[in-house]
Design a protein around this ligand. Structure first.
Ligand code: ZN
Length: 479
C-alpha cells in the first residue's frame, strides 16, 4: 500500500493539472476588440488576435488573455504594410515609415550590386523587415566605371553603351546577386539611356531564368511601356512597373489599359503608385541631361531638397554641379487620384529621407491613402486599399521568397506583423517643405510579435529581420 501522503500529493497534482487545462492560454501579446481586416480571407469583423513568439496563433471572437493586452476598440487591425519601393534603408527612414504603418520595406527598383554585403550591413535587428533586389543600374555603374557616388549613374554608367563583354559581366553580377538571395531584380531604363532595349531584354532573361520579378523604372512613355512589356514577354520574366503615376503622367489611362491587356493575355505584369503629385530624384541623373534646352518656366517646377528652394535657369546648373536630390512638381491631383483609384496599383512609397530632408511620400504614403483617398474622398474602399498595401505586395514576391506567404495576412500561423490605426483620424502630415513629420492615427505597430510603435511612439525594439530568397551556390559557368 502506498503511503497516504503520496496519495494526497498525487491527488493535488491531478487537481493542479485539471486547473491548468481549464485556464485559457496566455499570449505574449493580445490585440483585443479591434476591427480585424484580412484581405485574403475577406474577414472584416471585431476579433482579438493572440500572438506568441513572432507568430499570430489565433484570431478569436472571444476574449483572450495576454501578458500585454492592447485595447484596439474603434481601431482597424490590418496586416503590416509591405512597401516594395523604399530607397531609405536606414534607421532614419525606418523610423518615419513605421509611423506610417510599414512593417516590411524593400529596395527593389535600384537595388544593390552586392546582395550579400547589403544584408550583412543590416544584420543585428532593424525596426522593420527589409529586403533588396540585385540591380542592373549598380551592375552597369560598376562595369562601365560610372563616376557617381549616389544611387544613380552620374555619367557613363547611364549614358554609355556596353560591349558584349561588358554585358556578360553585368549578367554575371546579376546571377551572383540571385545566388545570394536577392528577392527581385531592379531596372531603371530611364536612368540608363545608353542601354538599348536589347540590353534590358538580355538582363530580363537572367531574371526570367532565376524566377524573379523585374522591377523597372521605365523610360519613353506609352511606346516605352509597350516595348518593356514585349521584352519581358520574350525574356520570360515577371514584370513590375514602378510608380505608374509618374511614369505614365498624362497617359495613365492608356498605361493601365496596356497593362490590363498584357495581364488578360496571361502575362505576369503588376504595378504600383504613390499618392503625390511630385516626384524626386538625383539632380545629376540622366533625366536632366537636356536641361539646357528647357524653357525658363520649367525650372520653377524643381525644388531643391536640401534647402526647399525652387530653382531657376541660373541656380539649376549650379545645383546639378553640386549634386543632391530634387523634387519635381507638375502632375495634377486628378492624375494622382486616378492612379490610386486603379485596382491594379499596389501602394508603394518610393521613399527616402536623410537628415530630416526628403520627399513627404517617405513619411506619409500609406496614411495619406487611408485618410484622404479612402475616408475623406471615397476614391477606394478600405479593404481594397489594404489589399494593395499588404496581400498584393506579398504575392508579388512569394514565388521567389516563400517567407512572404506568411506576411500580408491575418490568420493563425502568419507572421505577427500588424498595423493598428484609427480610421477616423489616420492622416499624413509630412509636407514638401518638411518631410520629417510622422503620420497621425497609427498608435500601434507590431513587427515579429513585438511593438515597434507603442502609443504612437517608436520603441527600442528592433525585431525587423532580413527577408531573403533561399541562398544557392552560384551556378557553374557554362563553357
Ligand atoms: Zn525609386
Amino acid at each position: 500500500m502506498r503511503h497516504p501522503n503520496a496519495l494526497i500529493a498525487a491527488a493535488a497534482a491531478l487537481m493542479l493539472a485539471g486547473c491548468a487545462r481549464q485556464t485559457a492560454p496566455t499570449y505574449d501579446l493580445v490585440i483585443a476588440n479591434g476591427r480585424v481586416i484580412d484581405p485574403e480571407s475577406g474577414l472584416d469583423a471585431v476579433r482579438s488576435v493572440g500572438i506568441r513568439g513572432g507568430t499570430i496563433e489565433v484570431v478569436s471572437a472571444t476574449p483572450l488573455a495576454g501578458a500585454r493586452v492592447i485595447d484596439a476598440a474603434r481601431h482597424v487591425v490590418a496586416p503590416g504594410f509591405i512597401d516594395l519601393h523604399e530607397h531609405g534603408q536606414q534607421e532614419e527612414s525606418y523610423r518615419m515609415m513605421v509611423r506610417d504603418g510599414v512593417t516590411s520595406a524593400f529596395e527593389l527598383e535600384v537595388g544593390t550590386g552586392d546582395v550579400a554585403g547589403w544584408y550583412k550591413a543590416h544584420e543585428g535587428g532593424q525596426i522593420v523587415n527589409y529586403g533588396v533586389s540585385i540591380g542592373h543600374i549598380p551592375a552597369r555603374m560598376k562595369v562601365l566605371g560610372d563616376p557617381g557616388h549616389g544611387l544613380l549613374p552620374a555619367g557613363i554608367g547611364g549614358s554609355g553603351s556596353a560591349t558584349d563583354a561588358q554585358m556578360a559581366a553585368m549578367e554575371a553580377i546579376l546571377r551572383e546577386g540571385l545566388a545570394q538571395g536577392a528577392v527581385a531584380m531592379g531596372f531603371g531604363s530611364a536612368y540608363t539611356p545608353g542601354a538599348p532595349m536589347s540590353e534590358i531584354e538580355r538582363m530580363f532573361r537572367v531574371a526570367g531564368a532565376g524566377g524573379v520579378s523585374a522591377h523597372i523604372h521605365m523610360r519613353g512613355g506609352l511606346a516605352g511601356l509597350r516595348e518593356t512589356i514585349a521584352a519581358a514577354r520574350s525574356a520570360g520574366t515577371s514584370l513590375h512597373i514602378v510608380h505608374v503615376n509618374s511614369s505614365a503622367g498624362t497617359e495613365l489611362e492608356a498605361f493601365l489599359t496596356a497593362i490590363t491587356a498584357a495581364r488578360d493575355a496571361g502575362q505576369d505584369v503588376t504595378t504600383e503608385a504613390y499618392p503625390y503629385g511630385a516626384g524626386m530624384t538625383e539632380i545629376q541623373s540622366a533625366l536632366f541631361d537636356d536641361w539646357a534646352t528647357w524653357p525658363d518656366e520649367r525650372f520653377g517646377l524643381h525644388q531643391l531638397v536640401s534647402t526647399g528652394e525652387r530653382l531657376t535657369r541660373a541656380t539649376f546648373g549650379k545645383a546639378r554641379a553640386a549634386g543632391g536630390t530634387v523634387i519635381i512638381h507638375g502632375r495634377s491631383e486628378d492624375q494622382t487620384r486616378a492612379a490610386i483609384a486603379s485596382p491594379l496599383s499596389m501602394i508603394a512609397s518610393d521613399g527616402f529621407i536623410e537628415h530630416g530632408r526628403g520627399h513627404p511620400r517617405t513619411s506619409g504614403t500609406f496614411a495619406k491613402v487611408l485618410g484622404k483617398y479612402v475616408r475623406d474622398e471615397s476614391v477606394i474602399t478600405l479593404i481594397d486599399a489594404l489589399r494593395r498595401m499588404t496581400l498584393e505586395p506579398a504575392r508579388r514576391l512569394e514565388r521567389r521568397v516563400p517567407a512572404m506567404r506568411a506576411k500580408g495576412r491575418i490568420r493563425g500561423g502568419a507572421d505577427a506583423d500588424l498595423t493598428i490605426f484609427d480610421p477616423a483620424t489616420v492622416i499624413d502630415r509630412a509636407t514638401y517643405e518638411d518631410a520629417g513629420i510622422p503620420s497621425a492615427g497609427i498608435p500601434y505597430v507590431v513587427v515579429g510579435g513585438q511593438l515597434v510603435v507603442d502609443g504612437g511612439q517608436v520603441t527600442a525594439a528592433r525585431p525587423g529581420r532580413a527577408v531573403r530568397a533561399p541562398i544557392r551556390p552560384a551556378a557553374a559557368p557554362v563553357s
